[in-house]
Design a binder for this molecule. Sequence first.
Ligand SMILES: C[S@@+](CC[C@H](N)C(=O)[O-])C[C@H]1O[C@@H](n2cnc3c(N)ncnc32)[C@H](O)[C@@H]1O
Length: 236
Amino acid sequence: MAKNKLQQFAEMDTFKHVFHATYDVLKNGDYKLKGSWLNFFNNNNKIVAELGCGKGEYTVGLAQQNTHNNYIGIDIKGARMWRGATTVNNLKINNVAFIRTRIDFIEKIFAKNELDEIWITFPDPQKEKRRKRLTSPMFITRYQNVLKPNGIINLKTDSRLMYYYTLELAKTNNFEIIINTEDLYSSEYANEKLSIKTFYEQMFLKEGKKITYLKFRINDKPVIDTPISEEIIRGY
Ligand SMILES: C[S@@+](CC[C@H](N)C(=O)[O-])C[C@H]1O[C@@H](n2cnc3c(N)ncnc32)[C@H](O)[C@@H]1O
């Protein structure tokens, strides 16, 4: 029988690889594992975070493909996270953690240079709220404070708005663009890593939408917004 939310949350409380960083804890200071996530994993491997991981398909899929890296999925919605957290538990995967919290608090969760790479998969494009996009200057500045120098950000999305906005922002800030495709599955990049399909991606593919992918390297300069107007970005 399917578990209800309360049962899912109770089950997640028993998982050692699932953490809950509440506002009440974070309002008074940093999260207890900030700066010591490698102690949790008990190795010196890279740490890759997925922001807005939903059911955790990327976090789990990448972890299975790259057992030499550690993966941390972050989302505010515990019921979605339960799916990935349960898979990790059942398959005894030891290079994954999940944190239930708001991405907005990322600097309270990770120390400077603690992350090597970030994945953002099918984020809400925040049509009316440019500032709230997970690749806005406000968020990229936060990522600068937790990523290693020249850290990498991956954005996989069906949203043309999100894709073009991020591409223009990356160009404006002289971020090194490593991969840029407007149609991933017709491109040369549709490899094993990029072929992991999240819950949202499967829905968008059924609707016949093309999937875009951007991989870029940030720098340590102050992040500015692209001067290109929202009207133009929407019209691309
Ligand atoms: C459209 S869903 C995509 C989920 C998953 N990446 C996928 O592709 O199936 C966006 C996810 O981001 C999460 N999210 C959005 N804003 C967030 C925030 N500020 N902090 C934490 N999670 C957030 C939502 O809870 C949701 O699960």
